[in-house]
Ligand binder design. Structure first.
Ligand SMILES: Cc1cc2nc3c(=O)[nH]c(=O)nc-3n(C[C@H](O)[C@H](O)[C@H](O)COP(=O)(O)OP(=O)(O)OC[C@H]3O[C@@H](n4cnc5c(N)ncnc54)[C@H](O)[C@@H]3O)c2cc1C
Length: 252
């Protein structure tokens, strides 16, 4: 099973209860079933009925729930074996096998300020951590940078807008490389365009690496960076170059 080791194969069965297509290449999938033991911020190994011989890792976007609720954000990668099938073919009632977790993204109990940097579906584990922090009596100040090539890539803009309004310790900073969307249509995006969420006045233009590091060194912060390997590499390099201690940075 690609990306999942043998000892992790203690499988829980969960059933798809909602398949929410948010973009041509992205779906949010909600499931319910057996309790899956993991910590917010970890990824789990997943086997889906579209190809039971191939496993992939995905990061739950909700903290663990005793009633077995799970949510995944899956982006179809070009030429991907499985991710496109998950995005396009998942139906309510599908049974997924979910294996034990791995990864360690942690916000310390005594953290006062946390910088979170999410490229694309890197948002999922950070969103799980943010929801987990709501259970703390004194959550730290959290600055969440979410990035994409253009506004259309910020698939969770509406949900983050609402969270930002409700949680006085959370600030969301939407970052886009281009402020205009591609000319080719996306019927799923076009349905919700203009609904609640970030608009042209809110975006900071640049790459995540450029924008996050432009605020100078994060000396007394914990910094969590999650996204594609290229985005993580460039962001960590820019952070360290601008003075943030490497030891303060966790990657996912
Ligand atoms: C710890 C961890 C957590 C993850 N969490 C998530 C998550 O929450 N949501 C999510 O959508 N994905 C997540 N992924 C990625 C996921 O596991 C798959 O790799 C991804 O869905 C592609 O699978 P595939 O079978 O479609 O592509 P594959 O058949 O594995 O790959 C096809 C081609 O696409 C390239 N490729 C693979 N991944 C990417 C990518 N991300 N960007 C660009 N090219 C790529 C490969 O190099 C290859 O050339 C995570 C990966 C890891 C390691």
């Amino acid at each position: 099973m690609h990306g999942v080791s043998e000892q992790e194969l203690e499988l829980s069965t969960v059933t798809v209860v909602q398949h929410h297509r948010l973009r041509e290449d992205l779906a949010v999938i909600r499931l319910e079933g057996e309790f899956v033991p993991f910590a917010a911020g970890q990824s789990v190994g997943v086997i889906v009925p579209q190809n039971p011989n191939v496993g992939r890792r995905y990061s739950p976007a909700l903290p663990p729930s005793l009633d077995g609720k799970l949510e995944f954000h899956v982006r179809a990668v070009p030429a991907g074996w499985l991710s496109r099938a998950i995005v396009t073919d998942t139906v309510v009632g599908d049974e997924w096998q979910v294996a034990a977790p791995s990864g360690r993204l942690v916000v310390d109990r005594d953290a006062r300020e946390v910088i979170m940097v999410a490229g694309g579906t890197g948002l999922a584990p950070l969103r799980a951590i943010i929801l987990d922090l709501t259970r703390r009596p004194n959550p730290p100040q959290v600055f969440l940078f979410i990035g994409g090539r253009n506004p259309r890539d910020l698939y969770a803009s509406d949900m983050l807008w609402l969270l930002d309004e409700q949680l006085d310790w959370l600030t969301v900073i939407p970052v886009v490389e281009e402020v205009t969307d591609p000319v080719w249509p996306d019927q799923w995006y076009d349905r919700v365009r203009g609904a609640v969420g970030y608009g042209a006045d809110h975006y900071i233009q640049g790459t995540l690496a450029e924008v996050v590091s432009s605020y100078g060194a994060y000396i007394d912060h914990q910094v969590l960076v999650v996204g594609s390997p290229a985005m993580v590499r460039s962001t960590v390099r820019a952070l360290v170059d601008s003075g943030t201690p490497a030891g303060a940075i966790q990657v996912g």
